[in-house]
Ligand binder design. Structure first.
Ligand SMILES: [Zn+2]
Length: 140
């Protein structure tokens, strides 16, 4: 996931170096599915990746243009670094994992859904803070 503008201040100033070091330490491969950073291809309906090595030199912008023209879904695998506990201020090595977009998205989805439901619930019921905490701890 790209870092959201409203969360950017939570990341340390040297986040780019921390993230780069993490990716180098795992040889630029997703720690979950082992896919390599920078390769280009498409995913089928089961999310299996079909590599197109002859397209690897193309930029993401070029791929977007090709996709728009040809109605294709070529993508470049970009390695990102996830916070396992979803806390961008916790940059201990054990809390960081280099993941491709797909794995990062799957990792974040559960947390995103829970947060969304909780926020909706808070708005609907205007709970007292002590109950919100109890509910949130049960959802995690
Ligand atoms: Zn992956």
């Amino acid at each position: 996931m790209p870092i959201l503008k409203e969360n950017k201040h939570l990341y340390p100033k040297d986040w780019n170096e921390i993230a780069k070091r993490k990716k180098e330490n795992v040889n630029w491969r997703c720690e979950n599915c082992q896919i390599k950073h920078g390769i280009v291809g498409t995913r089928d309906e089961k999310m299996n990746f079909r590599e197109e090595p002859e397209m690897e030199h193309l930029s993401i912008e070029n791929l977007k243009t090709i996709n728009a023209w040809l109605n294709t879904r070529y993508m470049k695998v970009i390695l990102t670094v996830a916070h396992l506990d979803h806390d961008p201020t916790n940059n201990e090595d054990w809390n960081l994992k280099a993941l491709c977009q797909l794995c990062h998205n799957r990792h974040d989805r559960k947390h995103r859904n829970l947060t969304m439901h909780l926020n909706k619930y808070r708005q609907q019921h205007k709970l007292f803070p002590q109950y919100e905490q109890q509910i949130f701890s049960k959802l995690q």
